[in-house]
Ligand binder design. Structure first.
Ligand SMILES: NC(=O)c1ccc[n+]([C@@H]2O[C@H](COP(=O)([O-])OP(=O)(O)OC[C@H]3O[C@@H](n4cnc5c(N)ncnc54)[C@H](OP(=O)(O)O)[C@@H]3O)[C@@H](O)[C@H]2O)c1
Length: 266
C-alpha cells in the first residue's frame, strides 16, 4: 500500500524505521528513496541498504508515501520544497512537537499521520504511537501499524494520547537508563563489578518488562508475587518508597509532558 516511498531524513529514527521495514520484508529497496543533507550519509545508506539515497530532491510526482524524519527545527526549512506533492500523497511525521494541524496546514493536499516512536525501535522493541489526521484511511493506518509493528509494537491513538505517550514511552528509555544506572550503582556499592552490576540491572528491567507484557498481569500483582511477608524485597521497596520513588516517576513524567508543550509553542 505504501508504494513508492521517500524518507526525508534517515538518521537515528528514520534509519531505524527503514532498516526494520527492509529486514521484515515490508519494503523493498527498489521502492525506497531517501533524502538526506550530506553526501556522506547518502553514500552510507546506498552501500548498506541498497536504497536510492541522495541529497537531491526526488521527482515528487512519482511518490505515494513520505516519512518525515528530520529534526523538528529542520522541518520548516525542508517542507517548502514539497509544495508540489500530488494530492493524496500519504505523509507520516515522527517530528516531536509538530502537531497534525500544523502538518495539515503546511501541505493540505496530503493525507497526514503523526507517529511517536522510541529508541528501542533500533533493536526491534520500540513502542510507537500513531495518530491519524483528518484525511487518514483505514488502509494507510493498517500499513503504518504493520510498518511500526516490524520494529516493535504500534498503537493507534488520539493525538492527545500521543502527547501523553511522548512523556511516558517516548522519553521513557531515558528514565529507564537512569534507573538501570542507579540499580547498577547500588550493586557496585555492595561490591559487584561494574560490568556484572550493569548486566544484572539491564536484565532485570528487560525481564520484568517481558514478563508484564507476556503475562498481561498487572505490575502490582507481579510485585505482590515477589514480596513475601516480612521478607527482603518488601523491605527494599519500602525503603525506596520512603524516599519518593513513585512520586519521582510521576513528577518526572508530568514535567516532561509540560516541557513538550512549552517547546512546541516555540
Ligand atoms: N531519536 C529519538 O529517540 C526520537 C524519538 C521519537 C521521535 N524522534 C524524531 O525523529 C526525528 C529525527 O530525529 P533523529 O534522532 O533521527 O535525528 P538525526 O539522527 O539527527 O537524523 C536526522 C536526519 O535528517 C537529515 N537531514 C537533516 N537536515 C536535512 C535537510 N535539510 N534535508 C533532508 N534531510 C535532512 C539528516 O541527514 P544527514 O545525516 O545527512 O545530516 C539525517 O538523516 C526528529 O523529528 C525527532 O523528533 C526521534
Amino acid at each position: 500500500m505504501l508504494g513508492q516511498i521517500l524518507f526525508v531524513g534517515a538518521g537515528a529514527m528514520g534509519g531505524a524505521i527503514l532498516r526494520g521495514a527492509l529486514q521484515a520484508g515490508l519494503l523493498e529497496p527498489k521502492q525506497v528513496q531517501v533524502l538526506v543533507r550530506t553526501e556522506a550519509s547518502a553514500h552510507a545508506l546506498r552501500t548498506e541498504l541498497g536504497v536510492n539515497a541522495s541529497v537531491e530532491m526526488p521527482n515528487l510526482s512519482k511518490l505515494n508515501t513520505i516519512i518525515w524524519a528530520v529534526k523538528p527545527q529542520v522541518w520548516p526549512q525542508v517542507v517548502p520544497q514539497f509544495q508540489a506533492i500530488p494530492a493524496g500523497t500519504t505523509c507520516l511525521s515522527v517530528a516531536a512537537g509538530i502537531n497534525l494541524a500544523t502538518l495539515e496546514t503546511a501541505l493540505p493536499q496530503a493525507s497526514w499521520y503523526r507517529a511517536m516512536p522510541n529508541t528501542p525501535v533500533a533493536v526491534g522493541a520500540g513502542l510507537t504511537a500513531v495518530s491519524v489526521g483528518t484525511k487518514g484511511t483505514d488502509e494507510a493506518t493498517e500499513a503504518f501499524t504493520k510498518l511500526f509493528g516490524a520494529i516493535g509494537e504500534a498503537v493507534v491513538v488520539s493525538e492527545a494520547d500521543l502527547e501523553r505517550l511522548t512523556a511516558v514511552s517516548g522519553s521513557g528509555p531515558g528514565y529507564a537508563f537512569v534507573i538501570m544506572d542507579a540499580l547498577a550503582d547500588a550493586g557496585v556499592r555492595l561490591g559487584l563489578t561494574r560490568s556484572l552490576a550493569i548486566k544484572a540491572a539491564a536484565y532485570t528491567l528487560f525481564g520484568a518488562g517481558k514478563m508484564a507484557l507476556e503475562t498481561g498481569t498487572h505490575p502490582a500483582i507481579l510485585r505482590d508475587q515477589v514480596t513475601s511477608p516480612g521478607g527482603t524485597t518488601i523491605a527494599g521497596i519500602a525503603a525506596m518508597e520512603k524516599v519518593g520513588l513513585r512520586t519521582a516517576m510521576q513528577e518526572g513524567v508530568v514535567a516532561c509532558y509540560e516541557r513538550s508543550f512549552e517547546l512546541s509553542k516555540k
